[in-house]
Write a protein that binds this ligand. Structure first.
Ligand code: BJW
Ligand code: ZN
Length: 253
């Protein structure tokens, strides 16, 4: 592991052909969306494995819907922050850039990122537990009654729960991007949930430079070439500014 500052990283990005970013809940924390494995909040007494799974939904759909409605309300009330915007601006200057997110909050798209792969779905989507039909419904509010599909089945949030497969086409694109990138940036993820966490391993095996941005270490820190310890909202804007200024110097040459 090398000691490094964001300006040095900007040089690294500048010299790379394809940058892949894998983001997790930590990047949305500074917008006000709680992380999964944090310690504050009403829902912290539940581990994500206890609510984000089909067994929990079938055992107590009201409890699971209440959790998702609370999270939908939080997400609707927040905005992307400087870290999300920084990734969108790095993308706009990069030859090839893929943003893979585990987040279901849609904040990267709202920040202007264009090539976004949502590995775990989107929280604003409702999906039928019986027929699988999906509809994006931002107006729906859970108020105690489980919503029903036109087929009569129970509607659930259109996200990927534990034990469920990720959307095949999205996962394939993510694996291809991780296996062909030359720089892989992991930001705001605990790196413990698979198969998302395997993407960094794929990139590492193929020889990509690995950068991790997180105030804490993770099981993947040992694979990282660089670990920037700090928050996404502080580090990414510095990185984007340094990158932009390098870019304009080259453009002016
Ligand atoms: C900051 C910050 C700041 C804070 N700036 N950073 C291989 C090995 C072992 C287990 C498995 C395996 N393969 C599959 C499994 C099982 C399972 C799994 O991974 N379990 C692990 C817990 C061990 N995986 C699955 O079940 C997956 N499906 C699957 O594999 O299908 C195939 C299959 C099918 C059937 C049978 C067997 C296999 C599906 C996983 C779905 C995960 N779903 C969730 C919920 C999504 C919907 C929702 O939002 O409600 O996804 S769980 C939750 O965890 C959510 C997240 O996307 C995901 C990852 O969490 P994330 O983003 O990393 O957040 P945190 O909170 O953990 O970490 C935040 C980080 O930010 C921390 O590090 C902080 O330090 C940092 N931070 N502030 C920067 N300001
Ligand atoms: Zn249905």
């Amino acid at each position: 592991m090398q000691a490094i500052i964001p300006c040095d990283i900007a040089y690294i990005i500048k010299n790379k052909e394809h940058t892949v970013v894998l983001s997790g809940a930590g990047i949305s924390a500074e917008s006000g969306v709680p992380t999964f494995r944090g310690t504050d909040g009403l829902w912290s007494k539940y581990r994500p494995e206890e609510l984000a799974c089909e067994q929990a939904f079938l055992a107590d759909p009201e409890l699971v819907w209440s959790w998702y409605q609370y999270r939908r309300d939080v997400i609707k009330s927040v905005k992307p922050h400087a870290g999300h915007l920084a990734l969108a601006s790095i993308e706009s200057l990069s030859p090839q850039f893929t943003l893979i997110t585990q987040n279901v909050d849609g904040l990267h798209v709202r920040a202007g990122s264009r090539r976004v792969l949502e590995l775990h779905g989107n929280i604003m989507v409702n999906k039928c537990h019986s027929c699988g039909e999906e509809t994006r419904d931002e107006e729906f509010r859970f108020a105690g009654e489980i919503p029903k599909c036109r087929c009569g089945g129970m509607l659930r949030p259109g996200v990927v729960w534990f034990g469920e497969s990720l959307p095949v086409d999205v996962l394939e694109q993510a694996i291809t991007a991780a296996g062909s990138c030359d720089l892989f940036i992991s930001v705001g993820t605990s790196s413990i949930v698979y198969p998302a966490a395997s993407l960094l391993e794929i990139a590492h095996e193929k020889g990509a430079v690995i950068l991790e941005i997180n105030p804490e270490t993770t099981p993947h820190t040992r694979l990282a070439d660089y670990h920037l310890s700090g928050s996404a909202g502080q580090i990414l804007p510095v990185l984007a500014d340094a990158y932009k200024s390098l870019h304009s110097q080259t453009a002016g040459d």
